[in-house]
Design a protein around this ligand. Sequence first.
Ligand SMILES: Nc1ncnc2c1ncn2[C@@H]1O[C@H](COP(=O)(O)OP(=O)(O)O)[C@@H](O)[C@H]1O
Ligand SMILES: [Mg+2]
Length: 251
Amino acid sequence: MIEIKDLEFSAPVEDEGGKMRAIVAGMDFTFEKGKFYGITGPNGSGKTTLAKLIMGINPPTGGTIRFQGEDITGLSITDRANKGIAYSFQNAARFKGITFRDLLSIAAGTDDEDELVKIIGRVGICSLDFLDKPVDAKLSGGEIKKIELATTIARNPKVAIYDEPDTGIDLWTIGPMVDLLKKEQTEYETTTLVVSHNRAFLEAADAILLIKDGRIAYSGDFEGAVPILTDLSVCGFSDTCEETNDARCYR
Ligand SMILES: Nc1ncnc2c1ncn2[C@@H]1O[C@H](COP(=O)(O)OP(=O)(O)O)[C@@H](O)[C@H]1O
Ligand SMILES: [Mg+2]
């Protein structure tokens, strides 16, 4: 489905005096159609960079990305979006003067009320009033996340990439969010890539991709990833983790 080969992203790193560093340092992997992948690893290991390379937000400095057999390495974000790849940002954007209905209509390609209602139902939004909420600073973390997920799902993507979808939401919302992404995966055969430290997402995954220092340190089932995550003291897998009250550190 998505095949990455020798994928590389090098950039000058400020902290290191502008020296070039391989943030993604040669990755090979094949994401299969309709599967759910949990991408995890320590902070700063290159997870977001990998996700952005697949979406085309970052141009790779080496290697190739193929989608359904076609080389898409040189394609723009828009071209990739048109082919069915969607990306959900860790920190959703807020827009003054724009309502949820506006964003959802753009994503769904229709402003037909029945269609929009169907989509918000998929995400578990039951109130129609929610459609006319302005997407501004007044929204709570949970509300903006629902909006972000809804706009991703509204595209009916073949591949949906979620970067830390549990950011800014409370612990109790995570279960329903995992259920939602699993349901989308199984009902629509959506190839799902979730960047997360959260055990609930990782347990739900068909396969784990553990990234360390810009490389794939492990790929396989969740059980096999646990000892490595514990060794690396990845948040949520270590007793010494200081962020255990963080919603991401679900135990
Ligand atoms: N475009 C860029 N230019 C320079 N450094 C970057 C760029 N993108 C990411 N980095 C750095 O690369 C490292 C990995 O970033 P990222 O992929 O966001 O990590 P993760 O999502 O695993 O926490 C970080 O140290 C980050 O600051
Ligand atoms: Mg990240």
